[in-house]
Design a protein around this ligand. Structure first.
Ligand code: GAP
Length: 511
């Protein structure tokens, strides 16, 4: 199936099975804002738990925080967001559609890369085991020509971004003959900067309301609490503060479902270190975060690091973790070495000393920061993209979400074979015994086959059936979602068998 079709089906599936709904749908929706349904919220909570525990349980020097969304407006001046949190935008005069100039160019780069990859895939098929990709890349004339195009465009693009040269960005779009996907024309306006922060007012206008911003990242809440946590927790460098919370950005090009939203959630960790050690910690966190992703078993080949073309105003090193979504490799997480930029700025703007007294050198300094920042919603999309499968079976077909058991919204569905002979009561008894250990669901409607399909579609890893034999010997069948195999086990063993599979411990062992 074409990847585009697969993505459309996944989006439809999310709605049909209570994972994700368009916000305000009965009022025709609100652009790039989504609600999570009954299964979506469970998956989201499990993703957050996987991240939170991997930060604060696995690292004794990482602690949590929950700071407010509303913050003093000077924070955003100090952080640079008021002046520099911009996207370069360009309009097509015919379609009147607005685009991010950098995204248009990145898509062009992606198309050239696709051409190279197609040549390689073709050659791989032709030459089989004897195929030497490195040699092919170095000698095939079409690959070489496209690689040259890519390198030249990439160099020019990176320079324009780093110089903040908006005229040059426009010129690249013109020179590359990039057309508007709607009108098909090349009738472009100039490129302009557009600030992404939402603002609102606090207090009544009569009192003189104050303009405040909805935070575009959770990180600043951590920076302004650095001293509070360091002092009250008696934290010694290096140490980290982790936070999960909502962030808001007035995204202009909001596309690809929950990939780019205007209201979304971040899981961020700021790791405070001694100046001069930040690049070592940057490498260490890069490795740890990649292991966290790969532990889920979605295939190592589906992840890669992507170095930033342009470093943000606060960073001296930055890399993205990209996952291969149905619409290509895209950023899921950013790992940034933010220097002492934020803490120094807050020192300057607040007039308060934000320092660490280092007993080893008997002196104090502003710590440097390495940040890991991942979007909950993008992670959610990653899990669903990797898990969505359509399978042809002997007699029929099924749609199954092969979500790792630890993340699955419902862990176990218990099904009485029929609604009589005490089977429903027995099924309820099993649920009552296990419902505080993991999420269980009772399901008695329709044939067993239909019930299996329903549970496959929401990704329940274990279906337990209560039948006549259960009433005689207290055993049940467990049907495994992915293999569809069934085994007979004692009811008393269910908690242990399923409990082991849905525990995060196995994942943490891989990090
Ligand atoms: N504090 C650093 C920071 O916010 P970022 O690269 O702008 O860095 C971090 O964002 C992560 O937040 C991204 O990797 C992505 O997963 C998520 N994210 C950013 N903008 C988003 C949006 N509009 N919708 C959904 N997720 C978003």
């Amino acid at each position: 199936m074409a990847q585009e079709d697969l993505f459309k089906k996944l989006v439809a599936h999310c709605k049909e099975y209570g994972y994700v709904f368009q916000s305000s749908e009965i009022y025709d929706g609100l652009g790039a804002v989504y609600d999570y349904g009954q299964y979506g919220v469970e998956l989201k909570n499990n993703i957050k738990k996987y991240w939170w525990d991997s930060m604060v349980l696995l690292h004794e020097n990482v602690v949590g925080l929950d700071s407010a969304i509303f913050m003093h407006p000077t924070i955003w001046k100090a952080s640079g967001h008021v002046d520099a949190f911009n996207d370069p935008l360009i309009d097509n005069k015919d379609s009147k559609k607005r685009y991010r100039a950098d995204v248009l160019i990145e898509e062009k780069l992606g198309k050239i890369e696709e051409k190279i990859n197609k040549e390689i895939t073709k050659a791989k098929k032709r030459f089989g085991d004897s195929f030497d990709e490195k040699q092919f890349r170095e000698t095939n004339p079409r690959v070489l020509a496209n690689q040259k195009k890519w390198d030249e465009l990439h160099t020019r693009f990176a320079k324009a971004l780093n110089d903040g040269d908006l005229n040059e960005l426009r010129q690249i779009i013109v020179d590359q003959e990039i057309v508007c996907p709607i009108s098909g024309s090349r009738n472009w306006t100039d490129v302009r900067q557009f600030n992404l922060m939402f603002s609102t007012e606090m207090g009544s206008t009569a009192d003189g309301a104050q303009k405040i911003f909805l935070r575009p990242e959770t990180a600043q809440g951590i920076f302004v609490n650095y001293l509070n946590v360091q002092k009250t927790g008696r934290m010694k460098l290096p140490f980290g503060i982790a936070q999960i919370g909502k962030a808001f950005r007035n995204e202009i090009v909001a596309r690809q479902f929950i990939f780019r939203m205007r209201e979304f959630e971040q899981m961020e960790m700021q790791f405070f270190v001694k100046p001069g050690t930040e690049l070592d910690w940057f490498e260490k966190w890069k490795e740890t975060r990649m292991k966290w992703h790969r532990a889920l078993g979605f295939g190592d080949e589906n992840y890669r690091f992507h170095e930033h073309e342009k470093l943000a105003h606060y960073a001296n090193a930055a890399v993205d973790v990209e996952y291969k979504f149905p619409f290509g490799f895209k950023e899921v997480e950013g790992i940034h070495s933010r220097t002492d930029f934020d803490l120094s700025q807050h020192e300057k703007y607040s007039g308060k000393k934000i320092r660490y007294f280092d007993p080893e050198i008997n002196d104090s300094y502003v710590p440097f920061v390495v940040e890991t920042s991942i979007g909950v919603d993008r992670m959610f999309l990653q899990v669903l993209s990797a898990s969505y499968c359509e399978e042809q079976l002997e007699k029929d077909s099924r749609v199954v979400l092969k979500i790792p058991p630890m993340l699955a919204p419902v862990k176990m569905a218990v099904m009485p074979l029929t609604k009589k002979d005490g089977m429903p009561e027995k099924a309820r008894e099993i649920i009552d015994n296990l419902k505080f250990d993991f999420n269980c669901q009772y399901d008695e409607k329709d044939s067993i086959g239909k019930r299996y399909r329903r549970q496959d579609a929401i990704g329940t890893p274990y279906c337990v059936t209560v039948d006549h034999q259960t009433l005689e010997d207290n055993t049940v069948t467990i049907r495994h979602r992915d293999s569809m195999e069934q085994e007979r086990v004692a009811i008393s063993e269910l908690g242990r068998i399923i409990g082991e599979q849905v525990n995060f411990k196995a994942l943490f062992a891989k990090i």
